[in-house]
Write a protein that binds this ligand. Structure first.
Ligand code: SF4
Length: 442
């Protein structure tokens, strides 16, 4: 195939896999003797994107969605794992092979204000990928750019204008035209409407839907607006801390989420019926650092449905306080002390851990703790005060860890339609450990 060819004609077989992702990881840093642990932005995800579908990718900001999207189209190099695009592993491509492959997959960025070069005309922006791939003659390129400009709802006279002369919605249309220039099969749409007014959002969404039908496109649609995701996607993957927690058909997943994280994420969608009460699940604490994710389930430090260890009969309030205390100790154990602080610690003058007493007071003063639990908490606090937070962390882990802390869950099929959820609670051995989720409303 010559470099100037666009997508070759072939029968489209909707529903068959276009992209097969297996054990994909993207870590940053961590190299070198003095480097800290790597940031695990994407930490072992596996899924398939079917030809012709729109797969949504949702989750809190910082969960790795954009990094995953960029890694799928080789804007980032994978740390480990495989991405089969039409059967070819693109993680190993380099040089000319990678350059040739790039026309298969493009990206539309979130911010139409900053993603276009204000010094170039619309014609030059949309033509840039064609130039980079040496596509056709000058005349061919101009004709193609004019076609694309019309495809996205702009007019011929816009060819010589500059991005600053356009509104946000029109700029996003320019970005979409550029992404379409090489007739990609796959497009990563990274929050493509979140920077736009609501009325403009609807127009861009219907443009994307029309273009998908017209050009047989497959989309990965990354967004935090769950109502937009519900409207436009066929299936949804829910991400937390670099991991896909649940994946399935959109309507089924939205109406009956199986994973505790999906349940809490979806509980934030406002309910139209004012008499229905507030079912929002408020997650305690904040997500752990991707440099130091939990050893077991990524959601274990905040999960309202966490399986508790055997041998304790504690209220959920007490468990919450214990989890928050563990979170604080975990943070302390990650403090990097400079040389002066290390010297002070040696001679007993280091005081950064003194306020642990206030923490205990805040968390446990109003709670009734059984003596054996109090002893464990005090033992950890004393280790922190002695400047040994890592020991305190281990002490708490050995007392309070459950399967959720110790072991990565498997993916379990949770419906006949192939929906999958990453949670120990779907395993037969934990089926009868209690309600799937403790609803905690504001
Ligand atoms: S494995 Fe445990 S912590 Fe993770 S989602 Fe399931 S219940 Fe929650």
């Amino acid at each position: 195939m010559s470099e100037s060819d666009l997508r070759p004609e072939r029968p489209v077989r909707p529903g068959e896999p276009l992209i097969e992702v297996s054990g994909l990881k993207k870590h940053y840093g961590g190299d070198g003797v003095f480097a800290g642990p790597p940031v695990k932005a994407v930490d072992g995800v596996s899924f398939t994107v079917k030809r012709g579908e729109t797969l949504g990718l949702v989750g809190e900001s910082g969960c790795g969605k954009s990094t995953l999207g960029r890694t799928l189209i080789r804007l980032e190099r994978a740390t480990d794992g495989e991405v089969l695009f039409d059967g070819e592993d693109i993680t190993t491509l380099s040089g000319r092979d990678l350059h040739k492959w790039r026309k298969n997959a493009q990206m539309v960025f979130q911010d139409p204000q900053s993603s276009l070069d204000d010094r170039m005309t619309v014609g030059e922006i949309v033509r840039e990928p064609l130039d980079a791939h040496g596509w056709g003659t000058d005349n061919d390129r101009k004709t193609r750019v004019l076609d694309l400009i019309q495809d996205v709802g702009l007019q011929d006279e816009h060819y010589y204008r500059y991005p600053a002369q356009f509104s946000g919605g029109q700029r996003q249309r320019i970005g979409i035209a550029r992404a379409l220039a090489l007739e990609p099969e796959f497009m990563v749409l990274d929050e493509p409407v979140s920077a736009l007014d609501v009325s403009v959002q609807a127009k861009i969404i219907s443009l994307l839907e029309r273009l998908q039908d017209e050009f047989d496109l497959t989309y990965l649609f990354i967004a935090h607006d769950l109502s937009v995701v519900r409207h436009i996607t066929d299936r949804v993957a829910v991400m937390y801390l670099g991991k896909v927690m649940e994946l399935g058909e959109t309507e089924e997943l939205f109406s009956n989420p199986s994973n505790p994280y999906t349940q809490s994420l979806l509980s934030a969608i406002p309910v139209p019926d004012p008499t229905a009460g507030d079912h929002r699940i408020t997650l305690p604490g904040s997500p752990p650092s991707p440099r130091d994710p939990p050893t077991g389930c990524q959601f274990s430090t905040r999960c309202p449905a966490k399986i508790r260890p055997e041998g304790y009969d504690l209220s959920e309030d007490v468990w919450d306080a214990i989890e928050r205390f563990r979170e604080i100790v975990r943070e302390r154990s990650r403090i990097d002390l400079g040389v002066p602080d290390l010297v002070k610690r040696r001679v007993g003058l280091f005081s950064r851990y003194d306020d642990i007493d206030h923490t205990l007071e805040d968390l446990f003063a109003d709670l009734d703790l059984p003596p054996e639990v109090e002893e464990i908490i005090d033992g950890a606090a004393n280790r922190v005060k002695a400047g040994r937070p890592s020991e305190a962390r281990k002490h708490l882990s050995s007392a309070f860890n459950s399967v959720c802390d110790d072991k990565r869950p498997d993916f379990h099929e949770v419906s006949g339609s192939g929906r999958q959820s990453y949670c120990h609670r779907h395993g037969r051995e934990y089926e009868d450990v209690g309600p799937v989720i403790e609803r905690r409303t504001k």
